[in-house]
Ligand binder design. Structure first.
Ligand code: ZN
Ligand code: ZN
Length: 369
């Protein structure tokens, strides 16, 4: 181990004051807050230890006599000179100001709106979405430097990213810490910024993102795609991409939970006599059987032809409400036949239905498209 006096650069008969002064001077240069290099850290340890020993009268005497020394015992160790640190590092044993700012930053999250048809929701959909985003600069690979060059330690702040100013105030000398204006707090400067990205490590670009939207999504739902957002400053990690889903209304089908709802107009004669028909569902044609005597508001349920549940993965039902259509124009012959039918049918006249059986209670909310 080097001689403690040599480490501090003082003579063997240096006074306490000279030792203290020498230590302060070296600490200002070597303290990890000021100088992040590993060599400096090593040197700072030696300097600190030398000061630790020589500033304590008993230890200094023993050291002068060539006696054993306990490197970490005795004079208070690291905490023993808090008074010195508080004077020029703003307190806290050298913590003031913290580390230099990280040049690599996490990228921004991005939000993209995706329009879907109701048919896309039945089984889920695949989309290739074009987004304007930031991608890694391929010239510098995110280093921000022209190829072949590298960042240099900032001369102004010595690499700490902070500058300290001592201000005289009523309370005594105050040390304030501010980000270094020269390197904007990074502790390093870039002498030759990458020309492609102007030293940002990323460039704006249009990118296509392949997206699988699960079945059963609803308008307003946000899907998170971790790591698919922008590349950060200095080639930092990607943010996330959020897809906000908008399901466009369908002219014939609407949704209730995972069920699909539709209304089927049935001619009066088909309603009386019964009929079979098929409709175009969102996933192909659906056969429907209309029983004779079907009423407006009756529901035909086709199990398992609804929307695939977002979580359950089971399909809901297709529910088709019947609306009986009364003819509005009859020719002479048709009118005759209906009158004949009415004469044979001893029907009651119109009368009020009980409230809870009424058509509106069935139709009220469900079949509003
Ligand atoms: Zn670049
Ligand atoms: Zn600086």
């Amino acid at each position: 181990m080097a001689d403690h006096y040599e480490v501090l650069g003082v003579s063997r008969d240096a006074s306490d004051e000279e030792i203290k002064k020498a230590y302060r001077k070296l600490a200002r240069k070597l303290h990890p807050d000021v100088n992040p290099s590993p060599e400096a850290a090593e040197q700072f340890k030696d300097v600190t230890h030398a000061y630790d020993v020589l500033s304590d009268a008993d230890q200094r005497r023993r050291y002068d006599m060539g006696g054993d020394e306990n490197p970490f015992g005795g004079g208070g160790g690291f905490g023993g000179f808090g008074d010195i640190f508080e004077t020029f590092f703003g307190g806290g044993g050298g913590g003031g100001g913290g580390r230099p700012r990280e040049r690599r930053e996490r990228g921004e999250d991005a939000l993209v709106h995706v329009k879907l048809g109701l048919g896309d929701v039945v089984f889920g959909a695949h989309r290739d979405i074009e987004i304007d985003t930031a991608v890694l600069c391929e010239t510098c690979n995110g280093s921000c430097c022209q190829p072949g060059t590298s960042p240099e330690r900032c001369d102004v702040c010595g690499g700490s990213g902070h500058v300290r100013t001592q201000v005289r105030s009523l309370l005594g000398n105050m040390v304030t810490t501010q980000p270094c204006g020269s390197c904007r707090g990074y502790g390093t400067t870039i002498p030759s910024p990458c020309v492609t990205c102007a030293g940002h490590g990323r460039v704006r670009s249009r990118r296509t993102v392949a997206v699988d939207i699960p079945a059963g999504v609803e308008s307003g739902l946000r899907l998170q795609m971790p790591g698919s957002g922008e590349v950060g400053e200095g080639g930092g990690p990607n943010g996330d991409l959020y897809l906000q889903v908008e399901v466009e209304p369908h002219p014939s089908f609407s949704r209730e939970g995972d069920d699909l709802l539709a209304t089927l107009d049935v001619a009066m004669t088909d309603a009386i006599l019964g009929a079979t028909t098929s409709i175009d569902g969102l996933d192909g044609s659906v056969d429907l059987e209309i029983r004779p005597g079907v009423q407006s508001g009756d529901e035909l349920k086709i199990a398992g032809r609804g929307i695939t549940g977002l979580r359950s993965k089971n399909r809901g039902d297709l529910r088709v409400a019947v609306r009986v259509v009364t003819p509005t124009k009859l020719d002479h012959k048709q009118r005759q036949l209906i009158e004949e039918f009415a004469g044979r049918q001893k029907a009651e006249g119109p009368k009020l239905a009980e409230h809870h059986q009424g058509l509106f209670s069935k139709l009220r909310d469900k079949f509003r498209a």
